[in-house]
Design a protein around this ligand. Structure first.
Ligand SMILES: [Zn+2]
Length: 538
């Protein structure tokens, strides 16, 4: 691929003005030079990486309610010249930010949402809530926009400088913790003209993989309707919807023994009635049915439906269902993973200092681990194929991965041994550990994107592998019934409850270098203080 080499000096500027673009002399530009250039662009934005990471951490917004996050990120991207479209696929916090023209189209995509009950003061090796009972970044999704937005800006600048064809886009993983946005995005056609998706996720290591990984799932809400009555005066007149929920759950828990060991299924009762002396006329239970592939996911979901019907029969109630989200397991593209792996080796793990390591060990000690190795210092040099093994978690990037060649970067912004979906996974997420890990991640993503933009053979190889290997056995189809709207009502009430408190805790980068500074947390704090340190807020 031949690239423009920029000319320097006023004479060159005059020449550029006088000569039409197409007539300017083209000189082949070494690919390594462009890759180093984009990496330098990222390194020049280290401060922005820290600010985005800390800002989104302080927002602590739950899935579908990521409005501050999206206002902030789209503002940054628009200022850099990206064309921003908001509210895509029927979701207010979905956005597409585009820069450039033509082919290839490369999407950078990472999650942006937090988790309930994981509010946590960062930089302390113990449980201390910022907002009692509040949401937080108990998985570290706040670091993904730092990686994605900075990488996209760096790529845009290099594309612009060398007048390279192609389009870079950022699309956020909305409500990933609910596994509830990507199916709607795919069905709305957001990836129809996309050539490659580079996805990102927080980890304690810098790595990628290819092949099928994780489980897929259906997330669905069963609502039973019965008859209310005075629970003591005329219980015979009532038909309890709560009885139906409990019988369904009991039935499922007996049946569990006779399911494939690879399945994972779990539920929460989101509505169990109002008060004991009123027979509950309505009750709801929310199930996740997880399995390793599409046929097994469908079969497990169908069994759930059978048990719901059976519970309704037993209690003379009726049942209806609302599918909320779904995903196939993830399938990652081998040629893209091989390319990304080369950039992982070129970038390497962050250089942790003694404060980072001391803090990581203090956290591992506090969590009761036998060994406290601290942060990873050795990179795995071998690219390994993913294994589904005996099942586990899911991620709706899976939906994208069955529609477009997709690869995922895991970057080292968290401490090994912390527990995901738990306050411990939030501890490091607004500290130098997250800042350095996200900066490493942004470099790898920017380099991999430039690789795609400057090597048409890579795009061709990715698609060949996608058609001939990845989708040979199964062609993706939606596990969500057609016409189902995205469940954007989820988390609305909970988020509204905590927003006033969170508003007082928003990071103010004009006054404070970091969020730790704003909170008055010294770095590194190795012993938990008796009181929550709380510096002056905004
Ligand atoms: Zn996640």
């Amino acid at each position: 691929m031949r690239l423009f080499r920029s000319l320097g000096g006023p004479a060159a500027a005059a020449l550029a003005l006088a000569v039409p673009l197409a007539a300017q002399p083209r000189a082949p530009l070494d690919r390594e030079t462009v890759l180093r250039e984009v990496q330098q662009e990222v390194l020049g934005m280290a401060k922005l990486v820290q600010e985005i990471n800390d800002m989104v951490f302080s927002f602590a917004e739950l899935g579908f309610q990521e409005t501050w996050t999206v206002d902030y990120l789209t503002g940054l991207l628009a200022r850099e010249g990206f064309r921003v479209e908001r509210g895509c696929a029927g979701m207010p916090t979905c956005y597409i930010a585009r820069w450039g023209q033509g082919k290839p189209v490369v999407v950078i995509m990472g999650d942006i949402d937090g988790l309930p009950e994981t509010s946590q003061v960062p930089g302390l090796p113990c449980r201390r809530e910022l907002v009692p009972g509040g949401p937080g970044h108990g998985e570290g999704h706040n670091s993904a926009p730092a990686v994605d937005v900075v990488a996209a800006i760096a790529v845009k600048r290099v594309l612009q400088r060398h007048r390279l064809p192609g389009e870079i886009r950022v699309i956020p993983g909305v409500a990933e913790e609910l596994v509830a946005s990507r199916t709607y995005m795919v069905n709305a056609g957001l990836f129809r003209d996309v050539d490659v998706v580079l996805s990102t996720h927080v980890d304690s290591d810098l790595r990628t993989t290819y092949g099928v990984t994780g489980t897929g799932l259906v997330s669905t809400l069963y609502t039973f309707t019965g008859q209310s009555a005075h629970a003591a005066g005329s219980p015979w007149a009532g038909r309890s919807a709560l009885d139906a929920v409990e019988l369904m759950d009991v039935g499922w828990n007996f049946r569990r023994e006779h399911l494939r060991l690879q399945q994972r299924s779990h539920y929460v009762i989101v509505n169990g009635g109002s008060q004991p002396n009123v027979v509950p006329s309505e009750a709801s239970v929310w199930y996740y049915f997880r399995e390793l592939d599409y046929p097994h996911i469908r079969a497990l979901h169908a069994l759930g439906d059978t048990l719901a019907q059976a519970a309704a029969l037993m209690t003379s109630t009726t049942v209806r269902q609302r599918v909320l989200g779904a995903s196939w397991p993830q399938t990652y593209n081998q040629p893209l993973a091989e390319a990304m792996h080369r950039h992982i080796l070129a970038v390497g793990l962050p250089r942790w200092d003694s404060a980072d390591q001391a803090f990581a060990r203090a956290v591992q000690r506090a969590l009761g681990h036998d060994s406290t190795p601290g942060l990873r210092t050795r990179l795995d040099t071998v690219l390994e194929e993913a294994q589904q093994g005996m099942g586990g978690g899911s991620d709706d990037i899976g939906e994208v991965s069955w529609n477009v060649p997709t690869v995922r970067l895991r970057y080292p912004a968290n401490i090994p041994g912390t527990i995901a979906h738990h306050w411990s996974a939030a501890i490091a997420m607004a500290t130098p550990i997250a800042h350095k890990g996200a900066l490493a991640g942004a470099q790898v993503i920017a380099r991999t994107a430039l690789d795609v933009f400057t090597d048409p053979a890579l795009v061709a190889a990715a698609w060949r592998h996608f058609r001939e290997v990845q989708t040979r056995q199964y062609r993706w189809q939606s596990l969500i019934p057609p016409g189902t709207p995205p469940p954007t009502h989820l988390n609305a009430e909970r988020m509204a409850r905590f927003r006033p408190q969170l508003a007082t805790l928003r990071y103010n980068p004009r006054r404070y270098r970091t969020y730790l500074d704003q909170l008055g947390v010294a770095w590194p704090t190795l012993v938990c203080p008796a009181a929550v340190p709380r510096g002056p807020t905004r």
